[in-house]
Design a protein around this ligand. Structure first.
Ligand SMILES: [Zn+2]
Length: 382
């Protein structure tokens, strides 16, 4: 039987080999060209970063491994060839969606209770970004599913904390507020959590959300609810809101947490695959919005990565794709792509990087110091 290390390195190798041959990507180690990093103060001021978590929980074998590539035509054919691609992105923390996303956002493996609406313990990327670069609250936004994520925008860390982080928008809560108790027809968009259906954290009242809709997104309740009737999943609603935020607020740091894929907990493989295909399409749609929005085109770096994987079919302690309970190699080994401003195109890097390396990398790219992060900047992106 292969060790966890062997399985992880095999996953990385198979993805790399495919990408090299199919998309004509070069191996990072063979590159000699200099960094295309944007220099100068004007470039730094205009620079924007969008992070998309390809969530919640997607395995290699349904994404970038050879047998999964049929599910991700947009990322494979449109985005990967433009990207620096990291084949072994390891998550060594707790494999729950909120706690893992919080870890991605702080650069520390957080240990908070995944099923409670508590803030991350360490400062978030949004707090570092705003404090060091003196940015207003309108410059950092999170679009997230509802289950606990309402606290992800800021920590309660000393010197940072309430009022210093990102504003968080929860499209499902917006829709609940806008529908005003008349949720008929929206049930498929309001489903909040695939693991603990009874968990619904108390968060701010509907007025706050309706105010976001009207003042920030410049959307009437009627237009928003009419649009909601045309979308088929919560992530589609999230991307609609994210695009609206880009058009109205143009945040320089925008974080979008996808979550449709976690429908896998229901045990229906076809729904899991549908969600991966949808997320693939939504990632391409966001990249298209970047290109067509003058505030973003040419100065935006997009990161796409799963929060973590899911259990391997071979692991007797789990039930395959359905959950992420075993902590095996398949559930801890994922990928990450970065594309756009300042990033080398069409390069595959095989060395392992970690989830917690994202924040220090963003800090080095954008010019802020994530002092308490425990990850390391990914030098290949700098
Ligand atoms: Zn899950």
């Amino acid at each position: 039987m292969a060790s966890a290390h062997e399985i992880a390195s095999h996953l990385g190798r198979s993805r790399r080999d495919f990408l090299r041959s199919a998309a004509g990507l070069a191996l990072g180690s063979s590159l000699v060209s200099g960094s295309p990093f944007l220099h100068g103060e004007t470039a730094a001021l205009k620079r924007k970063v969008i992070v998309v978590t390809f969530g919640g929980g997607a395995r290699d074998q349904e994404t970038f491994a050879p047998e999964g590539q049929v599910n991700i035509p947009h990322m494979l054919n449109e985005l990967a060839p433009q990207s620096s691609f990291f084949t072994q992105t390891m998550n060594r923390g707790i494999l729950g969606h909120y706690v893992a996303t919080a870890s991605l956002a702080t650069g520390v493996y957080e240990t908070l209770n995944n099923f409670s609406a508590v803030p991350p313990e360490h400062p978030t990327v949004f707090e570092y970004f705003r404090k060091d670069l003196h940015r207003p609250s309108s410059n950092a936004w999170v679009v997230a599913p509802s289950n606990g994520f309402n606290r992800i925008g800021e920590s309660d860390s000393r010197g940072y904390g309430p009022g210093t982080g990102a504003r968080v928008i929860l499209p499902k809560h917006l829709l609940t507020a806008a529908a005003n108790g008349n949720n008929g027809g929206y049930d498929h968009l309001l489903r909040d959590n695939y693991e603990t259906p009874l968990y619904t954290p108390q968060i701010a009242g509907g007025e706050v959300e309706l105010e976001q809709l009207d003042r920030i997104l410049k959307l009437s309740v009627a237009d928003f609810t009419a649009h909601a009737r045309t979308v088929s999943s919560p992530d589609e609603l999230s991307v609609y809101i994210a695009k609206r935020l880009m058009q109205q607020e143009s945040p320089s740091l925008l974080w979008i947490t996808m979550h449709d894929i976690d429908v896998a907990h229901s045990g229906a493989y076809s729904l899991y695959i549908d969600a991966i295909q949808r997320t693939d399409r939504l990632c391409a749609e966001l990249w298209k919005e970047v290109q067509s929005n003058p505030e973003y085109a040419g100065n935006t770096t997009l990161f796409i990565l799963p929060d973590f994987g899911r259990d391997a079919d071979e692991d007797a302690g789990g039930n395959g794709f359905q959950h992420h309970r075993t902590g095996d190699a398949a559930s801890r080994t994922t990928w990450m792509m970065a594309l756009g401003a300042g990033v080398r195109q069409g390069v595959v890097y095989d060395r392992p990087v970690q989830s917690i390396d994202l924040v220090p990398t963003l800090g080095a790219m954008m010019g802020f110091s994530p002092k308490l992060s425990q990850g390391k900047p990914i030098t290949e992106l700098l």
